[in-house]
Write a protein that binds this ligand. Structure first.
Ligand code: CP
Length: 337
């Protein structure tokens, strides 16, 4: 019986598939509390003071790396970022030896992006750190899915019952896989839309509809354009007759977006390929909101993995009950250090 009542321990964030709906809602609610704190003049919180967050990126990144670094700093953690370019990876050091080397510094959290599926899981087995998957090959990008849910909830006021059309290169997309799973968890539904060559067989098993007809987006509340991931297409692989033809058939243009829809894109965008610049720069595009959401959601994730237990089970500290924004993340005063 005591075992049944034990709090769930979430040491890592490796895949959306490891989460329950309550985990997603807790992280999004924590992010909402954190967003309020960022409106203050002094933005730094003492939440992770004395903790160390190491970001290890074996693939290029602007949004994910920048936001994890800033998130750690906003929570007062010590943080450092290592890119494989310029590191001993270039001398042939294996992922295992890099992980063991970094683990010797005693980090509380390792955030890792790697082109190989399962890299984050491997690091979680090799080290005592909490590991956050910042993207492993075409498998998972869980914090992208969480920030997307956050941006949708902010823009549309709900997640339950939403219909999201995810359009484009599903074949190579960890974003699509994570997002479809996350939408199912919160009671939303997804339709994957694209040319047959970019829709992997059996993808419906994730719990989504699939269509090769761009007209399928008309029923959606959210049109989510995926990046055409040319770097994941091996030389000689012909997924498309041409990018021009792809754009003509599946590009998100003003003509294809109906009134009331919002448009999202994880970035970086190939303007003029999967998304028309007139859409990307319009009021219906949530792209900048997604980037902004990335900071507070990644702050929430860092907090969540370190806290190791559901937020609701933490005992309130003195005075906390009286606070109107009584999130455990916001205990203490903002840190001017
Ligand atoms: N969406 C995303 O992961 O962007 P970056 O590659 O810039 O981190």
């Amino acid at each position: 019986m005591a075992e049944l009542l034990a709090p769930v321990v979430r040491r890592h964030l490796l895949s959306i598939g490891d989460l329950e709906r309550e985990d997603v809602e807790r992280i999004l609610d924590t992010a909402t509390s954190l967003a309020r704190s960022l409106g203050r003049e002094v933005k730094r919180l003492p939440t992770l003071r004395g903790r160390t967050v190491i970001n290890v990126f074996y693939e290029s990144s602007t949004r994910t790396l920048a936001s994890f670094e800033l998130a750690a700093k906003r929570l007062s953690a010590d943080t450092m970022s290592i890119r494989s370019d310029g590191s001993s990876v270039e001398k042939g050091e294996s992922l295992k030896d890099t992980a063991l080397t970094l683990a010797a510094y005693g980090p509380d959290v390792i955030v890792i992006r790697h082109p190989s599926i399962g890299a984050a899981q491997l690091v979680s087995r090799l080290t005592d750190a909490h590991v956050v998957n910042a993207g492993d090959g075409k498998h998972q990008h869980p914090t992208q899915a969480l920030l997307d849910l956050y941006a949708m909830r902010e823009a549309l006021g709900r997640l339950d019952g939403l219909h999201v059309a995810v359009v484009g290169d599903v074949q190579h997309s960890r974003v699509a896989r994570s997002l479809v799973q996350a939408l199912a968890l919160v009671g939303a539904r997804a339709t994957l839309v694209g040319p047959p060559t970019l829709l992997p067989p059996g993808i419906e098993a994730l719990g989504c509809a699939v269509s090769t007809d761009i007209g399928a987006i008309s029923d959606a509340d959210v049109v989510y354009a995926l990046r055409m991931q040319r770097e994941r297409m091996a030389p000689g692989e012909a997924f498309l007759p041409s990018l021009r033809e792809y754009t003509a058939l599946y590009g998100i243009t003003p003509e294809r977006v109906r009134a009331g829809q919002v448009v999202m894109h994880p970035g970086p965008m190939n303007r003029g390929v999967e998304i028309d610049p007139r859409v990307a720069d319009s009021a219906v595009a949530l792209v900048t909101d997604q980037v902004r959401a990335g900071l507070v959601v990644r702050m929430a994730v860092l907090y969540d993995v370190v806290a190791q237990r559901p937020v609701r089970e933490r005992e309130p500290v003195a005075g906390e009950r009286e606070r109107s924004d009584a999130s455990p993340v916001l205990t203490g005063t903002p840190d001017a250090a």
